[in-house]
Design a protein around this ligand. Structure first.
Ligand SMILES: C[S@@+](CC[C@H](N)C(=O)[O-])C[C@H]1O[C@@H](n2cnc3c(N)ncnc32)[C@H](O)[C@@H]1O
Length: 229
């Protein structure tokens, strides 16, 4: 997968050299590049924002440097690549949407700042808006990184055991195709601060273990996320 991020803070994305996005890049499953809209400004101060028409607090990102940044980004990926704006007003990201996105070969992600982006740019250049949750961050860089991390672990060849991603919360489904949370996990030592591990996990009986895990997933989901469908 080839992802171009448009951001005024390219240095933030150095965090993606570690963890799964780092592994995905080392394995050549993921290519990341960052385009800075400041490099496409024409004024001597390299301004990428201005005051909002109609007054009010804060600044708004200018459409023009962003449109030029998108044109440059499109020279790095196929012309038809989707442009995604990370925005608190977008659809809230869920695992199913991320799984669908993982089948694409390229994306352009736009990280906003300040009060957001001139609406005319969004209308003209953005294909989809996605939010990482119902709260507001100061910029779209962390949301872009959240999405890139979630995508990285789904790319073929990245995880040593791809089955582990299929058994994670939100990927698991019950017999009625309802979304489940993962079961609890335990590792050594057998007793930690006086508490042991559930006996069934030490039994070596694979069908009993599978049944216990299934029950735990159902129980957890009912207790913690009865809203999941
Ligand atoms: C301070 S926010 C702008 C919020 C905007 N005025 C509003 O209320 O909808 C600045 C930027 O952070 C990013 N952002 C903030 N919260 C986000 C979220 N929950 N999901 C995705 N992006 C977010 C967006 O790129 C946004 O343009």
């Amino acid at each position: 997968m080839n992802i171009v991020i448009i951001s005024i803070f390219p240095e933030m994305f150095s965090a993606l050299t570690v963890g799964m996005p780092g592994i995905a890049q080392k394995k050549h499953c993921l290519t990341l590049s960052v385009v800075n809209p400041r490099d496409f400004t024409i004024d001597p101060y390299r301004r990428i924002d201005d005051r909002p028409y109609g007054g009010g607090p804060g600044m708004v990102m200018l459409a023009e440097p962003l449109s030029k940044a998108v044109a440059h980004a499109k020279s790095l990926v196929p012309e038809s690549t989707k442009v995604i704006y990370l925005s608190p007003q977008g659809s809230v990201l869920k695992q199913d949407a991320i799984t669908t996105m993982a089948n694409e070969s390229a994306f352009i992600f736009i990280a906003g700042r300040y009060e957001g982006i001139d609406e005319r740019f969004i209308d003209r250049y953005v294909d989809e808006e996605w939010s990482i949750g119902d709260y507001v961050l100061s910029g779209g860089e962390l949301p872009a990184m959240v999405l890139i991390d979630a995508l990285s672990r789904l790319l073929p060849g990245v995880l040593n055991e791809p089955e582990s991603a299929r058994q994670d919360s939100f990927s698991l489904k019950d017999s009625d195709n309802r979304t489940l949370l993962d079961c609890p996990h335990y590792t050594r030592p057998e007793v930690f601060e006086g508490t042991g591990v559930p006996e069934v996990l030490l039994s070596g009986n694979h069908s009993r273990i599978a049944k216990w895990r299934e029950q735990q997933r159902l129980l957890r989901t009912r207790q913690r996320r009865p809203d999941l469908r």
